[in-house]
Each structure stands twice: as C-alpha cells, then as structure tokens.
Ligand binder design. Structure first.
Ligand code: HCB
Length: 215
C-alpha cells in the first residue's frame, strides 16, 4: 500500500475537500478500500479522539474531522458494498424520543462507520416502536441510544423495557451515551455498555459485536 499519510492528515485537520480528493486518488490508484479505512482513516479518527481526550481538540474540530472522514467514506462505501467485504457488524442508532440533539450521535455514527460497521441511523426523537421495528427489520448486533437531556434520559429505560416486552431484547447488545448518561445509569436501566465518547463507543462496539456474534 502507498503512503496515504496526507489523507490521514486531512482527516485529523478536518479538511473534507482534501480528504475526498485523496480518497478519489487512492481509488484510482487501485488501493484496497478496507485497507485504506483500517490503516489510514480509522487511525486518523483515533488520533482525533486522542486529541479530544487530552483537550487539544474540542467539539468543532471533532465535527470537522467527522465530516472529513465521511467525505472519504462516502466514496469508498459503494466499492466496499460491491466487493462484498463483510462489515464489522450492524448497528441501529438513534436519539431517544423527545430529544433533538444529534451532534454527538452523528459523531458516533462517523466513528462506527470508520470502524467498518454498517450503521442504520434512525435520527432524532426516535420512539421505542421505531427502535423495535428496526431491530426486527435490520437484525443489528448492537443498538445505540443517545440522550442529551435529563428529561429524556428516562426514555432510554422506556425503550429498553419496550424491547424486552416486544421480545427483541435478547440477541442484541445495547450501548447508551450522551452528556448526562453515566456508566452507573447504563447498568441501572439494563444496557450492556456506556459509550463515554465516540472513539470509546467504536472500541466498545467491536467488543460487543464479537460477543453478540459468539452468543
Ligand atoms: Co441543548 N441542551 N437544548 N441544544 N445543548 C444542552 C444539552 C444543555 C446541557 C445546556 C445547558 O443547559 N447547560 C441542556 C440540557 C440540560 C439538562 O437536561 N440537564 C440543553 C437544553 C436545556 C436544551 C433545550 C431544552 C433548550 C430549550 O429549548 N430551552 C432544547 C431541547 C430540545 C430537545 O432536544 N427537545 C435544546 C436544544 C438544543 C439545540 C437544538 C439548539 C442544539 C442541538 C443541535 C443538534 O444536536 N443538532 C443544542 C446544543 C448544541 C446543546 C449543547 C450546547 C451541545 C450538545 C452537543 O452537541 N455536545 C449542550 C451543552 C453540553 O452538552 N455541554 C446543550 C457535543 C457532543 C459531541 O457531545 O455528549 O452529545 P455529546 O456526544 C458524545 C458522547 O456523549 C457520546 O459520544 C459523543 C461524541 O464523543 N455519545 C454516545 C453520544 N451519544 C451516544 C450514544 C451511544 O450509543 C454511545 C455514545
């Protein structure tokens, strides 16, 4: 594989135009898309996550990097689909009912896509029935929920309870996140994991997916 460190830099720098141009060049050069994702693009997002954790990067840089990552991924996705590369796993994710915040969820989506997951994004203000329908239709290994308001956090529990009542809770792993959500709360409401941030969420998702597939 050629040296695509400029693509790595473009993602870390949040430069979506350069990211798209270099991804296009890599495709034209016959680069293996999954190698490009795993050896260049995912490490770039991991670096972005690290810079965020040490407070050198803040939310605007995360958003720009996420956009730069997406600009490249959007070009690679059709090739990956056509070449039949098995995704790492499938995730259904949404912001819970009553909650309109989606910046953090969108970052999680970008990170998950970067980690090779097929992501079904249900959007914002998602009622329990929509999560349940998506579990039945899409058969994900993981369901992610996001809540940013203390008043919408209970919707996480309502949704999990509805999944149990509908008989779709077994066989999936549930990950929850959002600023007011904690590890303790995740345990209390019966989730399998808490994602403190997008990069941690992607790492946990890989583990959960392996567990779900093994079960
Ligand atoms: Co909003 N808002 N807001 N808001 N908002 C917050 C969340 C407050 C904390 C601000 C404050 O008072 N200090 C507050 C909530 C207080 C509370 O409940 N304790 C608040 C309020 C009160 C409101 C309204 C009620 C305001 C009003 O209308 N009076 C209203 C509610 C609307 C509604 O949802 N029904 C409202 C509206 C808005 C918008 C629309 C203006 C805008 C959202 C735009 C959008 O998302 N498209 C907004 C914003 C931007 C914020 C703040 C400023 C930023 C949120 C954000 O994007 N954070 C926020 C203040 C804050 O959080 N400090 C404020 C950045 C992302 C990257 O962090 O935590 O979302 P994140 O995601 C992380 C992490 O949690 C994890 O990974 C992400 C990436 O690292 N993660 C997951 C997230 N979801 C995950 C899911 C998983 O499965 C795994 C990991």
């Amino acid at each position: 594989m050629q040296d695509w460190s400029k693509l790595y830099d473009a993602i870390v720098d949040g430069d979506d135009k350069t990211s798209a141009r270099l991804t296009r060049e890599a495709i034209e050069a016959g680069e293996d898309p999954s190698a490009l994702i795993s050896d260049t693009m995912v490490p770039a997002m991991a670096e972005v996550g690290r810079l965020f954790e040490i407070e050198e990067y803040f939310v605007p840089e995360l958003l720009l990097a996420g956009r730069a990552m997406k600009a490249g991924l959007e070009l690679l996705r059709p090739i990956l689909a056509a070449s039949g590369v098995e995704p790492t796993g499938r995730i259904v994710i949404g912001t819970v009912k009553g909650d309109l915040h989606d910046i953090g969820k969108n970052l999680v989506v970008s990170m998950m896509e970067g980690a090779g997951f097929e992501v079904i994004d249900l959007g914002i203000d998602v009622p329990p029935e929509t999560f349940i329908e998506a579990i039945r239709d899409k058969k994900p290994q993981i369901v992610g929920m996001s809540a940013l308001l203390t008043v919408t956090m209970p919707a996480i529990k309502t949704t999990i309870d509805a999944m149990v009542a509908a008989g779709v809770r077994d066989g999936i792993k549930i990950m929850v996140g959002g600023a007011p959500v904690t590890e303790e709360y995740a345990r209390e409401v019966g989730a399998d994991a808490y994602g403190e941030n997008a990069s941690v969420a992607a790492t946990i998702a890989k583990r959960l997916c392996a567990e779900a597939k093994a079960a």
